[in-house]
Design a protein. Structure first.
Length: 135
């Protein structure tokens, strides 16, 4: 049997993502009732985590479900993790699901991960973003 090595930070990121899904599950069903602006448009899911405390873990996440009607679909999904400390971890998780009109002709999604370690010693900054578009 072959063993697969999974880096401890990836395990932690997966655990944080699962916790975020469980924590905001009820909000997802409420968000599904939301409609985008007339003519299609812009949905923004932006998560930013800033950690400047030594030996600390900072994490945040957001799940967004959008219905974008009309000819335009340009959703933005962004996860930013910033660390400026010693032996600290920052995790940002953004999950965005966009349901677009079959008539959409101008589809321009943006999926932006940003990771910054500034003047750090043994610190980790992990942005994790997932975005999907379905007609």
């Amino acid at each position: 049997m072959r063993r697969i090595f999974v880096h401890p930070h990836r395990r932690l990121a997966a655990a944080l993502f699962a916790a975020a899904v469980l924590a905001v599950g009820p909000a997802v069903s409420r968000a599904m009732a939301d409609r985008g602006p007339a003519g299609g448009g812009d949905a923004s899911n932006i998560v930013q985590v800033i950690n400047q405390e030594d030996n600390a873990l900072r994490a945040d996440g957001s799940i967004q479900v959008n219905t974008l009607e009309g000819p335009n679909a340009s959703p933005v999904n962004s996860a930013t993790a910033f660390s400026s400390c010693t032996n600290c971890q920052s995790f940002a998780v953004a999950l965005q699901i966009n349901l677009i009109s079959p008539e959409a002709t101008n589809i321009q999604p943006q999926n932006l991960p940003v990771s910054v370690n500034y003047k750090c010693n043994t610190s980790t900054a992990v942005p994790w973003r997932i975005s999907t578009i379905s007609p």
